[in-house]
Write a protein that binds this ligand. Structure first.
Ligand SMILES: [Zn+2]
Length: 592
């Protein structure tokens, strides 16, 4: 079990273990101004770009983008889990660690509740594991797993368990071990009877615990054995678990993914375990949803190549097509392997061998090529049909696609459709103008630059948080990554009343967000402290200005709509609003 470590304890360890000392034990560091630099252990380099910033207790590599705090460094360098890294440092610096409850008042209700949730999930996971091992009760589940060719070692590594077909076994086990039934209820492990009392929610199911990146159980998926509805029953969203933010098996596969620089994404628990059983390690599974941007970001922390494996006749295909913008936006390469209808990775490997999964990249088709295939399937020679097909592809060219990638797509589409590239380019241009007026694009760029500079300021001079109500502006961030960072900064500051970079990083699971913070923190030396007050006033004004401009744009669109259709509100009233907005904007600009 991954123990819960109180934040106060983490801070104590972090303060004792100077980052320069710890990293200095593994890498030769040289002083350079306020920084220490050395050769990066995470990528091959001849000139040092690995930078340690002792004042902030963080490190960042300008070469490969690695970054984090003293714990993250040990985790990545020695391939430790988070608790292991903490224990390692605690021991080295003589700080007693008790894994039992040790709650400081500062941790607050929320932390206590989360801890209770982790404990109850852990009790349940142990219960399900023990039932799978139970001579009589676990028999049918063991048979099922054996039929699916799942060796015990793999089941153990993923802590697969069994919920017997009974209404009260888990309730009773939890009560016996003084588990918190209220927490179990909220976690969806048990349910309430109308007549009072509780009953087990998972019955007659093989249980798959879902882990966070620290190895703690945050949810369960249960597959029914034999017939029965629903086939899959999952934990509801909770304080610990959000299905769009987690991936099944990432915790177990993270090292293999990093080492092989590839991740194979499959649809279900059993698909994943079947591949694991055949020795394919870097596999994760979506949790029954279309891939989200958060999940793609999560993967980005470990690899630059994603291999999507899908069954030809599932709804997963459509979902996969929709994931292209996420990959393009995060600059991750994605390829596709579509299995023949009716085959899952297991049956496919049984028929054709496992090679396709052990060296999948070469066998996969680039995601856009696959989408192009789908769009042009059975397409005749008629120009209208070709244009219609291209029309359906246009949205993919819209998002934040890298220009090289975009040109590649255009070439592919032109070749496939037998239409000159220039014609497609021209058609895209008119589309782009219609979809996103340049003024909006400009506003977005302006906002992104502002947000980046502002986050840098916050990271350099966190004391401004005392004078600037960040919460008020959180919704206004345009760039999702900057917004996420701002949110973390805000909640971290709220919790302890100051901003500690290392603590901030500890609270973030998305590795790329950590890296981004470290890189922004290190790139943030351009501010002069004496100008802080006026800097801050500038930012407040700029945020307000962007907000007003956005409202202005919306209002103009509304008026246009109202003018054209005669619907959507009183044109004159809208005009009055617009006047007012313009005046406010003018006033704001004159004070600048
Ligand atoms: Zn590096």
């Amino acid at each position: 079990m991954a123990p819960f470590i109180p934040e106060a304890k983490l801070l104590e360890i972090k303060d004792a273990a100077s980052i320069a000392d710890v990293i200095g034990q593994y890498i030769r560091l040289n002083q350079r101004g306020r920084y220490l630099v050395g050769l990066c252990p995470f990528h091959a380099e001849k000139t040092p770009s690995f930078t340690v910033y002792p004042e902030r207790n963080i490190f960042h590599c300008f070469g490969c983008g690695a970054g984090g705090n003293v714990f993250t460094f040990l985790m990545q360098h020695l391939r430790l889990t988070f608790p292991e890294a903490v224990a390692e440092l605690a021991q080295k610096y003589g700080i007693p660690l008790q894994w039992k409850k040790e709650i400081s008042p500062a941790q607050g209700q929320l932390s206590r509740q989360r801890q209770t949730f982790y404990e109850v999930n852990e009790l349940a996971a142990k219960f399900f594991e023990s039932k799978l091992a139970h001579l009589q009760q676990g028999e049918s589940a063991r048979q099922y797993l054996a039929r699916r060719g799942l060796p015990e070692s793999v089941a153990k590594a993923y802590r697969v368990g069994y919920a017997p077909d009974d209404w009260r076994l888990l309730v009773r086990a939890l009560s016996d071990q003084r588990g918190n039934l209220e927490a179990a209820l909220q976690l969806g492990l048990i349910a309430e009877r109308t007549s009072g009392g509780h009953y087990d929610r998972f019955r007659g199911r093989v249980m798959f615990p879902i882990f966070d990146m620290q190895g703690r159980v945050i949810a369960f998926g249960g597959r029914v054995i034999g017939e029965g509805e629903p086939k899959y029953l999952n934990s509801p969203e909770s304080q610990l678990y959000s299905k769009g933010r987690n991936l099944y098996g990432l915790y177990q596969a993270r090292e293999a993914i990093r080492k092989q620089n590839i991740v194979i994404l499959v649809e279900g628990y059993m698909d994943l375990l079947a591949l694991r059983a055949r020795g394919v390690e870097p596999v994760v599974a979506t949790l029954g949803t279309a891939l989200t941007r958060e999940q793609v970001r999560l993967l980005k922390g470990y690899t630059s190549r994603v291999m999507l494996v899908f069954d030809a006749d599932t709804a997963g295909l459509k979902a996969m097509q929709r994931s292209l913008p996420h990959f393009a936006g995060e600059r991750l390469s994605a390829r596709v392997l579509v299995l023949p209808a009716g085959e899952d990775p297991d049956s496919y490997a049984a028929k054709y061998g496992v090679e396709v999964f052990t060296s999948p990249w070469e066998q996969g088709q680039p995601l856009f090529a696959f989408i192009l295939d789908q769009a042009t399937l059975g397409l005749g020679d008629a120009l209208e049909a070709k244009l219609a097909a291209f029309e359906s592809l246009k949205p993919y060219f819209q998002g934040e696609v890298d220009s090289v990638e975009r040109n590649l797509w255009l070439q592919m589409a032109a070749k496939r459709l037998g239409v000159p590239e220039s014609a497609l380019e021209a058609s895209l241009k008119t589309y782009r103008q219609a979809a996103l007026p340049t003024i909006v694009v400009r506003q977005q760029e302006e906002a992104l630059n502002l947000e980046k500079r502002f986050i840098k300021l916050l990271l350099t001079y966190p004391e401004v948080l005392a004078r600037f109500d960040l919460e008020e502006y959180l919704d206004q961030f345009v760039h999702p990554e900057m917004q996420t960072i701002a949110q973390y900064i805000h909640s971290c500051y709220q919790q302890v009343g100051y901003l500690d970079h290392s603590l901030l990083i500890m609270q973030i699971e998305e590795e790329n967000i950590c890296r981004r913070i470290c890189s922004l923190a290190l790139a943030a030396e351009e501010y002069q402290l004496e100008n802080l007050e006026s800097e801050l006033a500038d930012y407040t004004r700029s945020f307000q200005k962007i907000q007003l401009k956005r409202e202005h744009q919306n209002l103009k669109e509304k008026m246009e709509h109202s003018y054209k259709t005669g619907k959507g509100g009183d044109y004159l009233a809208l005009q009055a609003q617009l006047q007012d907005l313009r005046q406010r904007l003018k006033k704001l600009e004159s004070t600048h």
